[in-house]
Design a protein around this ligand. Sequence first.
Ligand SMILES: Nc1ncnc2c1ncn2[C@@H]1O[C@H](COP(=O)(O)OP(=O)(O)O)[C@@H](O)[C@H]1O
Ligand SMILES: [Mg+2]
Length: 510
Amino acid sequence: MDGDEVIGHTFSTTGEYLHDQITVVLRKGREVAKGDLIYVLHPKRRRPVVYQVVRVYPHRRVREYEEFLLKEGRIVPDWEDSTIHVEAYQWGWLDDLGRLRALRYPLPPNTPVYKAGREVVARFTKPEGEWRILLGTDLSCGLEVELDLHHLIRQSCLICGSVGTGKTTTAITMVCRAASLEPPVRFFIVDKDGEYGSLLERFGPGEAVRVPWIRFFKPSDIGYEDFLAEFGWQRNWWTSKVLRRALRMLRSSGELLTKRNLIRVLQFVEGEDLGFRKKGEELEDYKRQVANAVAYSRLIPDDDVEALDPVELLRRHRIVIMDLSQGRDTWSQKHVVIAQVLKRIFTEALEDQGFGCVILLEEAMYYAPQRGLFEVGSAESRVRLLSVVKEIATNGGRNGVGLWIVTQRLATVEKTVVTQCANNIVCHALEDLDKRRLGEIVGENFVDLLGELPPGEAIVKGTALKCRFPLWVKVIPELYPSSATTTPLKRFMEMAQAMDREEQKPLTIT
Ligand SMILES: Nc1ncnc2c1ncn2[C@@H]1O[C@H](COP(=O)(O)OP(=O)(O)O)[C@@H](O)[C@H]1O
Ligand SMILES: [Mg+2]
């Protein structure tokens, strides 16, 4: 506070001085920018009442002849004649217990206004706990902005921004710092494109593992419905009925679900048990179709493979990455496996108070899509996974399972999930449509600040800061995503060079 300079005085063009929103006339030579924090002294308590700047613009007396001069190309470069107006809205002041309060007393007209220095900004933004991570620096005063992990787990986190704005860098940086704390936060990362590999190099094999998604697959958990979805069969088809019967027989025999075992029990399926009245040959035909489908199924393992347990892995590593980038299998199968894994993690956290983790979903629309707006996989697989993700978004935090979602398109992610995670937001530049969506969730003051942000800069708001007001932060990266090994430019350069190397003989196409 001491040493903070007076940058101007409150002013009103109408003569009325309200205090939830103030206009300041800037003093000559002073500077202030959108997003900065400024304050006035509380009229009774002499403490800073903080405001955040939302608009800065020059104001000049209207001159009738100016328009005419401009037409002639004559400009009057007369700054002397104009003033800078600053509009700001109130955050409030902190009482003895450190609680934020709104100013209730009137401010006298032309009250002096100070630029908030590091001390004041820190008092209003620094979380109190020790278990916190650095995010970046506040652009107005260079103060380090830190986030409280307790809240990032308890109330989840949303990291958003359009393509190339720095979302993944921010997410990976937050993971890296949180997993380095004492005690380290554990992470289960669902990595769609293999971008989180750089964490493996940083933490080494003892602390971080990457597992191909199929290694988590537990066939015994897979039900009849999943197979119908995989094969694209209707429930009332004979093939479905045969399959169902065979699965039941296998289960009651206590044998493991493998292709070989399932095909073997198929021959014991009897037409009478199914109410099948036609000739035996036709039933054999259906059985053959089922055997064929089973043989090519991706859900049913060939042999008895031991599925990895995500909970075991999380107990032994700080970071577990479920890699979805390998294999050409379809999304409906990935959905089934992710749902299994997340359910297993959440159930364990419900049962064991000594277990917890943060689940990070990169490109959340693949796992929690808004109905009708984004569709991969099958309707069944989507619904099943969505219900698990929703459950974790609503009840995970209080049971030690935080959810961090990263997304470029807010509108395509299911509403409840976005709203739950939006208790903490790190928002990079957004498209207009998504800005509007975000405005509905967190308010217009936040969206006003967004404007155009360069990559790596973000507006941050949430319970993980001391006061729930937006801050403008330059994210300091700790680690970068393992991006694709090549860029489009490189590919085309290589093709051009390859052509130069080859003799220019024309290709004969036969
Ligand atoms: N905080 C940052 N500071 C500097 N450069 C950054 C920062 N965040 C991202 N970048 C750069 O911006 C580009 C896009 O980052 P990335 O995290 O992949 O974006 P997104 O995941 O939103 O598509 C990368 O080249 C990265 O190096
Ligand atoms: Mg990314």
